[in-house]
Every structure is written in C-alpha cells, then in structure tokens.
Design a protein around this ligand. Structure first.
Ligand code: NAP
Length: 284
C-alpha cells in the first residue's frame, strides 16, 4: 500500500469479535488503527497485541456510554494524526428476552449502547472530519434491522433505529464529503451469542415466567439458525475494509447471501406468512 492510501481509523468495541478482527486486519494492512475497548482488562490485552502489531496499532479506553472517554480519544487522534478518515461504530450487544419481561432499564441500556453510543461517537468525530472535508462513518448494524425475531425485540429495534439514523446522517453530512455506510452482517461466530444469553432474564425470573417453557426452545432454535447461517469472520472483515477504504464504497454491505436475500424475500411475502414461519421455526 502506498503511504497516501493509509487511513487513520477509529474502531469501538475491540475487546473481541468483529471489532477485534477488523482492528487486526486493518492494522496489518498498514492503516493507523485506534483500537478501543471499554474494560481496562480488555485495554491491557489490546496493548499486548499492539506491541506486536507495530506503531500503526494504537490502543485507548473508550466506553460509548461515556462521552468523556470518547472526547479524550478524539482529542488524542487530532493531536497525534491531525485527521480521522474512518470511524467504525462496532460496539454493541444483544438484549435477549420476551418484550413483556424486558425492564425499562434494560431497554434504555440497549438503546444507549447500540444507538445513542453511535451518535455520541459520531458527534465527537464529525467536527474533525468536517475540518478535513472528508470522512467515513461505518456503522455495524445487522440483518436484525430487517428481520425481527421473537425474544430479540429490543436488539432488532435498536438496529432498525440505527439504520434510520444512519440514513438521515448520510444525507445531512454528504455536503462535507462525509459518507455514512452501514454494514449488516447476518450471524457471525463471535462471543456475541454468549453475551446475549447472559443479558436475558435471570434463572429465578425464568422459573416463574409464563415464557419459561418456550424460552429454552427459542434459544435452542436461535442457536441452530445462527450456526446454519453463519458467515466466516473474514467475509465481514472484507466488507468492513471495503466500506472503510474503497474509492467508491457502497451505502450498505451484506456480508453473506443470507443477509442479502432474506430481507428482499421477506419484502415480497405477506407479513402473516413470515411470522407464521418464524413462530413455527422457533417453536412458538
Ligand atoms: N455476531 C453476530 O452474529 C452479529 C451479527 C450482526 C451484527 N453484529 C454486530 O456486530 C457488532 C460486534 O459484535 P460481535 O459479534 O463482534 O460481538 P462481541 O464479540 O460481543 O463484540 C461486541 C463489542 O462491543 C463492546 N461493547 C459493548 N458495550 C460497550 C460499550 N458501552 N462501550 C464500548 N464497547 C462496548 C464489547 O465490549 P465488552 O467485551 O466489554 O462487552 C465488545 O468489544 C455489534 O454491534 C453487533 O450488534 C453481530
């Protein structure tokens, strides 16, 4: 890669999964990558990686729920690099549970991380991008923005909202040559699923829940669907790299056939048929 093609890239949620793989890949390709994570132990682990990866890998603590940590990182990028070419808003998690049982607090937190977190980071980076008259905001959304599954209502709603906000930002920021791109993966093998299970109603609650009987069935079928439709990490990372670096990036990336065709197929079928098929599949 020529020196001029090297980008300055900020990525959120690099403790594991897609964020970590994207950080490793993009730094390996010679880009200056600010890989961030919210937990101090994850930051320590990233520091170990950065020591091996070289000077282009830089590490910082960033919690998308904490504006101060975001601003500190953006100020550091401004003073060290003088510009920010790409931000990859990757941090996110899944709130699992039937809508009736998800608490207000769990709803706020889901939206605070998956949607408001993206907005906080974007608000902090846009002035720097505007000053340079160029920039890219790559938002990691999901197939779940288009296909709502039972027991995943809050997660799907947060990604649906992220798609809408991304479209508005794309039109608002185009005049400063700041592009807003969404990457919509289907299932990808990462620790995401373990974290989804952990954030559901606790075992005591589940025992008295009217959903107790179906919960295990829904979870089992979700696991099966996820492993059947899973795309390799390399495909998602390739889509992110294209969004971040291609001369003419697309507005929307699907990392796999499942993510590309399911929403299109669903738009042709009657809602009643789709929901019947999903309920049948998950045993509801
Ligand atoms: N895996 C899939 O099947 C799939 C499919 C479609 C879309 N996605 C999306 O892809 C993105 C990455 O997920 P993944 O699959 O790579 O899962 P993951 O391995 O669990 O990674 C999620 C990352 O987000 C971080 N995070 C959570 N809350 C945060 C906060 N408040 N501030 C900063 N970072 C925070 C996590 O940090 P901690 O380790 O500290 O929790 C972790 O680093 C998410 O937006 C997810 O919705 C995933």
């Amino acid at each position: 890669m020529k020196q001029d093609d090297s980008k300055v890239i900020l990525i959120t949620g690099c403790s594991s999964g897609i964020g970590r793989a994207a950080a490793e890949h993009l730094a390996g390709r010679g880009h200056i990558v600010y890989a961030t994570a919210r937990r101090p132990e994850s930051v320590d682990e990233l520091e170990t990686w950065a020591r091996i990866a070289g000077d282009q890998a830089r590490v910082a603590r960033l919690d998308v729920q904490d504006s101060e940590t975001i601003q500190v990182v953006v100020d550091r990028i401004r003073s060290e690099a003088g510009r920010l070419d790409v931000v990859i808003n990757n941090a996110g998690y899944g709130q699992f549970g039937p809508v009736e049982e998800v608490t207000d607090e769990q709803v706020w937190r889901q939206f605070d991380v998956n949607l408001v977190g993206v907005m906080r980071v974007s608000r902090a980076v846009v002035p720097l991008m505007r000053a340079c008259r160029t920039g890219r905001i790559v938002n990691i959304s999901s197939l779940s923005a288009h296909v709502t599954m039972p027991f995943m209502g809050m997660y799907c709603a947060s990604k649906h909202a992220l798609d809408a906000v991304s479209a508005a930002m794309r039109m608002e920021l185009a005049r400063w040559n700041i592009r807003v791109i969404v990457v919509e993966p289907g299932p990808v093998p990462t620790p995401f699923q373990e974290k989804v299970r952990n954030s559901g109603a606790d075992a005591t609650n589940a025992q008295v829940s009217p959903y107790a009987e179906v919960r295990a069935r829904v979870e089992e079928s979700r696991r099966k669907l996820n492993s059947l439709g899973a795309a390799p990490m390399s495909r998602v990372v390739r889509a992110i790299e294209h969004a971040a670096t291609a001369r003419r990036p697309r507005i929307r990336y699907y990392d796999a056939a499942l993510a590309r065709w399911v929403p299109r197929l669903f738009s042709l079928l009657p809602d009643r048929l789709i929901e019947w098929a999903i309920r049948r599949e998950v045993g509801l």
